[in-house]
Ligand binder design. Structure first.
Ligand SMILES: *Cc1c(COP(=O)(O)O)cnc(C)c1O
Length: 518
């Protein structure tokens, strides 16, 4: 018979030095000592998930985040012990399966992006940017041009771009955007000429963070190349490109991908991420691990979640991936067009400018890419100025309607950026659009003075059950309207666990919600 674990431990001297053994108590919070039965644990976890307004209840239309379906068949393999129970530092000859998966996935992603080489090591998009900028720096240094240290970045860029350029020792020069939200080509030309001798790179996002395919992208890449700079194309928006256009083919030299956006790895709550860095042929020697050193401790990065992206690519196939891109673009444009009389889209593709024919991705005037920025700024003024309805009020009211809010105030303050992805059905898109239109009608009642500023369903949203079912009710709108603004909510209602928190006040006045010291 096998020895019992307790016997085993009793007869084995600890190898840990006595000085390192813990003497203080730990995990003393009641949450770690309350749920002792499986049913108790199950109910505790269920209660937590009931608090959550997640993808299993509603679309999460967060622009710039690509919150798409994480299919069950993509997720299952990461639970298999063959994938899950292997140490990230195990000798390479003991992880032949992972090596094969890494090789296949890299080949597919190269095909999707038009690049020659790729490393899956970076653990986030931002780390992929860092690795990519290191490659550009390594390239210039190897050519005896290490003095090239200027990185041009359009003002519309995601904040990680200037941070990454700065981390590799480059100096960021911001270039302007025109009234349509596109890179201002005249300003870019001037800055390229001014910094020609020291130009290292430009970092652009395509389609842009304004959600638009910029028609001058090829011209832009050629311009920067003619001044000796390399082009970094931020690939976080690849959900609008896969199967339709490849950054490595329209002028990019380096990109990162976000496998936790475009390639289905779930990323609610901040991870785990995989931000592969992809490069054209002459930059391959500068990928992580070779010329410029490693960017993460584990040789294959966050390899344990790669089976998700592998399954996605394998199950979709080339045709499926292309169809997903097309549906994602169609869905964003459907929302933009159906809401245009209620909330105009801030940036759309301009009527053809630049040089037609050099366009990587032809887009009709008035169209968006995979996301659209709804302009809510005028509503504050029209509904009363200082105390008028804000975009934040709309995000809170959406919870009463059972929706997770879109991205608020990024990249433009006072706007909502909506990205439906290909995962949502027409029915769900319509449910969202109808909620947004109904909310616009509520705003109109504030504009008309039917409801006072600061005391209406928008300013008090979201409504908890406790706030609605108290003894008294003294608001100028009914409890029913607060809780069930759309009829279907009577069949299926998400109740928020807490009411509105003043975001700014909350951020500045942190307090601990642990059990008190006493
Ligand atoms: C998400 C995103 C990034 C950063 O990716 P992380 O994985 O969050 O570090 C960079 N650029 C753009 C445009 C993004 O949307």
């Amino acid at each position: 018979t096998l020895p019992k674990v307790a016997d085993f431990e009793q007869n084995t001297a600890s190898l840990l030095p006595a000085a390192l053994l813990r003497t203080s108590s730990y995990l003393t919070h009641p949450v770690f000592n309350t749920h002792h039965s499986e049913t108790g644990m199950l109910r505790y976890i269920r209660r937590l998930s009931d608090f959550d307004l997640a993808l299993d209840r509603t679309m999460i239309p967060l622009g710039s985040c690509t919150m798409k379906l994480n299919a069950t068949s993509e997720m299952i393999p990461i639970t298999w012990p063959e994938f899950a129970n292997i140490h990230p530092y195990c000798p390479a000859d003991q992880r032949a399966g992972y090596a094969e998966l890494d090789e296949q996935l890299r080949a597919w992603l190269c095909e999707a992006t038009g690049y020659a080489g790729i490393s899956l090591q970076p653990n986030a998009g931002s780390q992929g940017e860092y690795a990519g900028m290191m490659a550009i720096r390594g390239y210039h240094e190897a050519r005896g041009e290490g003095h090239r240290n200027i990185c041009l970045i359009p003002s519309s860029a995601h904040g990680t771009n200037p941070a990454s350029a700065t981390m590799v020792g480059m100096k960021v020069v911001v270039t302007a955007c025109d009234a349509n939200g596109n890179v201002d080509m005249d300003d870019l030309k001037a800055k390229c000429e001014q910094h020609s001798a020291n130009l290292a790179a430009i970092m652009i996002t395509y389609p842009s963070t304004h959600g638009v395919f910029e028609t001058s992208v090829k011209e832009l890449c050629a311009l920067v190349h003619s001044h000796g700079g390399r082009v970094y194309v931020d690939g976080a928006n690849m959900n609008a490109l896969v199967g339709l256009a490849a950054p490595g083919e329209f002028g990019g030299d380096v990109s990162h991908l976000n496998l936790h956006k475009t390639f289905c790895i779930p990323h609610g709550g901040g991870g785990p991420g995989v931000g592969p860095v992809c490069v054209v042929a002459d930059l391959v020697p500068y990928l992580p691990g070779d010329g410029v050193g490693a960017v993460s401790a584990a040789p294959l990065g966050n390899a344990a979640v790669l089976p998700i992206s592998w399954m996605y690519c394998r199950m979709m196939g080339a045709e499926g991936l292309k169809a997903a891109t097309e549906v994602a673009i169609l869905s964003a444009n459907y929302i933009s067009v159906r809401l245009k009389d209620h909330y105009p889209t801030l940036y759309t593709s301009a009527s053809s400018h630049g040089k037609p024919g050099r366009v990587a991705h032809e887009s009709k005037p008035g169209r968006v890419a995979h996301e659209c920025i709804l302009d809510l700024r005028p509503l504050k003024e029209s509904s009363g100025g200082v105390n008028g309805v804000t975009a934040e009020d709309v995000t809170k009211r959406l919870m009463d309607y059972g929706f997770h809010a879109p991205t608020l105030s990024f990249p433009v303050p006072g706007t909502l950026m909506v990205e439906p992805t290909e995962s949502e059905t027409l029915e769900e898109l319509d449910r969202f659009i109808n909620a947004m239109i109904a909310i616009r009608e509520e705003i109109a009642k504030v504009e008309q003075g039917v409801w006072p500023q600061g005391n209406n369903p928008l300013s008090h949203a979201p409504h908890t059950a406790a706030s609605l079912l108290g003894e008294t009710w003294d608001r100028p709108y009914s409890r029913e309207l607060a809780a069930f603004p759309a009829p279907a909510l009577k069949q299926s209602k998400y109740w928020v666990p807490v009411g509105r928190i003043d975001n700014v006040h909350g951020d500045r006045n942190l307090f601990c919600s642990c059990v008190p010291m006493s």
